[in-house]
Ligand binder design. Structure first.
Ligand SMILES: *[C@@H]1O[C@H](CO)[C@@H](O)[C@H](O)[C@H]1NC(C)=O
Ligand SMILES: *[C@@H]1O[C@H](CO)[C@@H](O)[C@H](O)[C@H]1NC(C)=O
Ligand SMILES: *[C@@H]1O[C@H](CO)[C@@H](O)[C@H](O)[C@H]1NC(C)=O
Ligand SMILES: *[C@@H]1O[C@H](CO)[C@@H](O)[C@H](O)[C@H]1NC(C)=O
Ligand SMILES: *[C@@H]1O[C@H](CO)[C@@H](O)[C@H](O)[C@H]1NC(C)=O
Ligand SMILES: *[C@@H]1O[C@H](CO)[C@@H](O)[C@H](O)[C@H]1NC(C)=O
Ligand SMILES: *[C@@H]1O[C@H](CO)[C@@H](O)[C@H](O)[C@H]1NC(C)=O
Ligand SMILES: *[C@@H]1O[C@H](CO)[C@@H](O)[C@H](O)[C@H]1NC(C)=O
Ligand SMILES: *[C@@H]1O[C@H](CO)[C@@H](O)[C@H](O)[C@H]1NC(C)=O
Ligand SMILES: *[C@@H]1O[C@H](CO)[C@@H](O)[C@H](O)[C@H]1NC(C)=O
Ligand SMILES: *[C@@H]1O[C@H](CO)[C@@H](O)[C@H](O)[C@H]1NC(C)=O
Ligand SMILES: *[C@@H]1O[C@H](CO)[C@@H](O)[C@H](O)[C@H]1NC(C)=O
Ligand SMILES: [Cu+2]
Length: 576
C-alpha cells in the first residue's frame, strides 16, 4: 500500500477543488446570453398572383428563427425602419419579473415608432420546446412573426428519441390586399374583416391556389429517419386542421412544454398555439402532401375552404410522375374532431419534467367570452348586424378599451390618472343560459366598454373557467395568457356547472399551455399560480376578436421579498 505524502495529498485536494470549481463554472456558463438584431422594414414579396410590399423582419417572411437553450437570455435589438408603429411579443416566454419586454402595445409599452429602436431582453426560464414571436400592434403580426426554438440545456436531451432532423412548419394567412388597409377598413366599418385569400405553410399557399404552384414549399425526407416538426399556427383569424398523407403524427410537446406522446392521423392547432410533432419517414418512396385547412364550427358566408399544401419528397434519386398523395382530413366544421384532439393532450409529468398543478385554490374566476354588438352613432352607418350596429366582443360583458399609454408604465409609477380601473368582475355580471341556441334577449348583446384589470396577489393560486356564450354567435376562442403557463384541467360543451364538472377535472397530468381553444358554446377550466409579478395581457388570439375587445389584463402584485418584485424598466422604453 502506498502512503501519499502530505504534499501530494494537498495536490490531490487542490485537484478536487479545481474540478468542483470547474463544475460550478460550467453550470453557470450553461445559461448563455445570445444577441439578435431584428430590422423591421418594408419588403416586396410575391405570393398568389401579386407582388406587394409588406412589413417583415430582416426581409424574411416568415421571419427569422431564434434558437436558444433552456434558461438562456436573448437580447433582441429591434430597429424600426418601416413607416409604421411596431411592437414585438415573445409568445409563451414568461419573462420572470420583467414585463417590460413583453410587447403588447399600450399594455406593457408604447409602440416603437418609425426610426425608433428598442433593445428587448427575453428571459427564458422553464420553457423548453417550440414557441414563437410576433408583432403585438394592430394587425402587423400577419407578416411579422417567426419561430422561437428552445433546445434542452447542454448535457440534457429530449425526453424522446433524438430526431434526425427538424422541420419548421409555420401556418400563416395571406391577404392580396395590404393588411393595413384590411385592418383600417375593418375598424372603420364595424363589420367582419375581409377574409384572407389563402392559408400558407412557411409563407407559401401551395399547389391548390392559382399562381402559386412553383413556389410550393418542398421538404426532403430520407426513408427510415425521424423528423421533429416545429409547428405554430400564426394565422390571424382561423384555427386549422393539419395532416400528412399516409403518415401519422406524434405530439411530444405543446406551447413550450413536453407532453405524453399522442399519435394521431390529424391535428388541430389554434392561432397562438405551438406543437412539437414527430414524423417517421416509414412509408414507400413517394411524394406526400402536408396540408392545412381552416377549422370553423360556424363559417362566414365568404369563407374560403381552400387547403394550403407543402410537399414531403422522399429522396430517392428519381422523379415521381404522379402528383403527391393528398391526406384525409376532418370536415371543416367538425367541432368534435377538434375538441377530442385538444382534449387528449396530457403533460409528460415525469421526474425529469415534473408538473405542479395548484390543488388548493385561493381565487376562483368565471369569465364569459361573448361576441357583442354596439349601436352605431346616429350619423353613421355600420356594417355590423342589421347595419345599425358595430361588432364588439367582451370578457364578462366588458369590451376592453385599449388606452393610449402603457398600463404597465402607469402601474409601475403609481400614477394611474384614469388609465385603468381595477375592479374587473370575478364572475359574469348577469347569469343567463350562456349557450342557449336561440331567443337570448337582444338587450344582453350590448356590452360595457372599459379598461379594467383584475388584481392578483403574489403567488395566489387561481382557477379560471372560460365560458363561451352564444350571444351573437358561439365560436371557438383561443385564449392566450401572457406571463404564465396554465394547466388545462377540464373542458366541456354547454354551460359549466361547478357541482357536476369539478369532479371530472384532470389534476394528475393536465397539459401545460399558454393558449387554449375554448370550444364553441362550451367551457374550459385552467389553473395557474400568479407567481410572476407584473402586468399581463390575456386575450383571444383571433385577431378580429381581440380588436373587438375580447381581452383583459391581470396585474400580479409584488411579493414581499426583494426577488419577488418587478425589475426596473430599461432606459430605452419607447415613449408615447
Ligand atoms: C416594391 O415594388 C414597387 C413597385 O412594384 C417599387 O416601387 C418599390 O420601390 C419596391 N420596394 C422595394 C423596397 O423594393
Ligand atoms: C436607437 O435609438 C437611439 C435613440 O434614438 C439612437 O441614438 C441610436 O442611434 C439608435 N440605434 C440604431 C441602431 O438605430
Ligand atoms: C383559379 O383560376 C381559375 C381561372 O381563372 C378560377 O376559375 C378559379 O376560381 C381560381 N381558383 C382560385 C382558388 O383562386
Ligand atoms: C397511401 O394510403 C392510401 C390509403 O390508405 C393507400 O391506398 C395508398 O396505397 C398509400 N400510398 C402509398 C404510396 O403507400
Ligand atoms: C369546399 O367547399 C365546396 C363548396 O363550397 C365543396 O364542394 C368542397 O368539397 C369543399 N372542400 C373541402 C376541402 O372541404
Ligand atoms: C357624428 O357626430 C359626432 C357628434 O355627435 C361628431 O363628432 C362626428 O364628427 C360625426 N361624424 C360624422 C361622420 O359626421
Ligand atoms: C336585427 O333586427 C331584427 C329585426 O328588427 C331583430 O330581431 C334582431 O334582433 C336584430 N339583430 C341585431 C343583432 O341587432
Ligand atoms: C347592409 O348594407 C349593405 C350595403 O351597405 C347591404 O348590402 C346589406 O344587405 C345590408 N345588410 C342588412 C342586414 O341590412
Ligand atoms: C340552455 O340552452 C340549451 C341550448 O339551447 C338548452 O339545451 C338547455 O336546455 C338550456 N338550459 C336551461 C337550463 O334552460
Ligand atoms: C352588459 O352590460 C350592459 C350595460 O350594463 C347591459 O345592458 C347588458 O344587459 C349586459 N349584458 C350581459 C350579458 O351581461
Ligand atoms: C412563491 O412561489 C414560488 C414558487 O412558485 C416560491 O419559490 C416562492 O418562495 C413563493 N414566494 C412566496 C412569497 O411565497
Ligand atoms: C404610433 O405611436 C404613437 C405613440 O404611441 C402614437 O402617438 C401614434 O398615433 C401612432 N401612430 C399610428 C399611425 O398609430
Ligand atoms: Cu375569440
Amino acid at each position: 500500500m502506498k502512503i501519499i505524502s502530505s504534499s501530494s495529498f494537498q495536490l490531490a485536494y487542490l485537484g478536487i477543488l479545481l474540478v468542483i470549481l470547474l463544475f460550478i463554472n460550467i453550470h453557470s456558463l450553461q445559461a448563455a446570453t445570445l444577441q439578435y438584431t431584428f430590422v423591421v422594414d418594408e419588403t416586396n414579396y410575391t405570393r398568389l398572383c401579386n407582388t406587394k410590399s409588406l412589413i417583415t423582419v430582416n426581409g424574411l417572411f416568415p421571419g427569422p428563427t431564434i434558437t436558444a437553450r433552456r434558461g438562456d437570455t436573448v437580447i433582441v435589438d429591434v430597429i424600426n425602419r418601416a413607416e409604421h408603429n411596431i411592437t414585438i411579443h415573445w409568445h409563451g416566454v414568461k419573462q420572470p419579473r420583467y414585463p417590460w419586454s413583453d410587447g403588447p402595445e399600450f399594455v406593457t409599452q408604447c409602440p416603437i415608432q418609425p426610426g425608433g429602436n428598442f433593445s428587448q431582453r427575453v428571459f427564458l426560464s422553464d420553457e423548453e420546446g417550440t414557441l414563437w414571436w410576433h408583432a403585438h400592434s394592430d394587425w402587423s403580426r400577419a407578416t411579422v412573426h417567426g419561430l422561437f426554438v428552445i433546445l434542452p440545456r447542454l448535457g440534457t436531451t429530449y425526453p424522446f428519441r433524438q430526431p434526425d432532423a427538424e422541420v419548421p412548419v409555420v401556418i400563416g394567412e395571406w391577404w392580396e390586399r395590404d393588411i393595413q388597409e384590411v385592418f383600417e377598413e375593418f375598424v372603420k366599418s364595424g363589420g367582419d374583416p375581409q377574409s384572407s385569400d389563402a392559408l400558407t405553410i412557411n409563407g407559401q399557399p401551395g399547389d391548390l391556389y392559382n399562381c402559386s404552384a412553383s413556389g410550393t414549399t418542398k421538404i426532403s425526407l430520407d426513408q427510415g429517419k425521424t423528423y421533429l416538426l416545429r409547428m405554430v399556427n400564426a394565422a390571424m383569424n382561423n384555427l386549422a386542421f393539419f395532416a400528412v398523407a399516409n403518415h401519422s403524427l406524434t405530439v411530444v410537446g405543446c406551447d413550450g412544454a413536453y407532453t405524453k406522446p399522442l399519435t394521431s392521423t390529424y391535428i388541430v392547432i389554434s392561432p397562438g398555439q405551438t406543437l412539437d410533432l414527430l414524423l417517421e419517414a416509414n412509408q414507400p418512396l413517394n411524394n406526400y402532401y402536408m396540408a392545412a385547412k381552416l377549422f370553423n364550427g360556424q363559417p362566414a358566408s365568404d369563407f374560403d375552404n381552400t387547403t394550403t399544401t407543402a410537399i414531403f419528397e422522399y429522396t430517392s434519386g428519381r422523379n415521381f410522375s404522379s402528383p403527391p398523395i393528398f391526406p384525409d382530413m376532418p370536415a371543416f366544421n367538425d367541432r368534435n374532431a377538434s375538441a377530442v384532439f385538444t382534449g387528449s393532450l396530457r403533460s409528460l409529468a415525469t421526474p425529469e419534467h415534473p408538473i405542479d398543478v395548484p390543488l388548493k385554490i385561493k381565487k376562483t374566476l368565471l369569465y364569459t367570452l361573448s361576441i357583442n354588438s354596439i349601436p352605431c352613432a346616429s350619423n353613421q352607418t355600420c356594417d355590423g348586424p342589421n347595419n345599425t350596429t358595430r361588432f364588439a366582443a367582451s370578457v364578462n360583458n366588458i369590451t376592453f378599451d385599449l388606452p393610449s399609454t402603457s398600463i404597465l408604465g402607469a402601474y409601475y409609477r403609481g400614477i394611474n390618472n384614469g388609465v385603468y380601473g381595477d375592479d374587473f368582475p370575478d364572475v359574469p355580471p348577469l347569469r343567463f343560459n350562456y349557450t342557449q341556441s336561440r331567443g337570448l334577449n337582444a338587450s344582453l348583446r350590448t356590452p360595457e366598454v372599459a379598461t379594467d384589470v383584475e388584481m392578483l396577489k403574489h403567488n395566489e393560486t387561481v382557477e379560471l373557467v372560460f365560458q363561451g356564450t352564444n350571444l351573437l354567435a358561439g365560436v371557438d376562442h383561443p385564449m392566450h395568457l401572457h406571463g404564465h403557463s396554465f394547466y388545462v384541467v377540464g373542458w366541456g360543451f354547454g354551460n359549466f356547472k361547478r357541482s357536476r364538472d369539478v369532479s371530472s377535472y384532470n389534476l394528475v397530468d393536465p397539459p401545460l399551455m399558454q393558449t387554449i381553444a375554448v370550444p364553441q358554446n362550451g367551457w374550459t377550466a385552467i389553473r395557474f399560480k400568479a407567481d410572476n409579478p407584473g402586468v399581463w395581457f390575456m386575450h383571444c388570439h383571433l385577431e378580429r376578436h381581440v380588436s373587438w375587445g375580447m381581452g383583459m389584463v391581470f396585474i400580479v402584485r409584488n411579493g414581499k421579498a426583494a426577488n419577488a418584485r418587478v425589475l426596473p424598466p430599461p432606459p430605452d422604453m419607447p415613449p408615447c
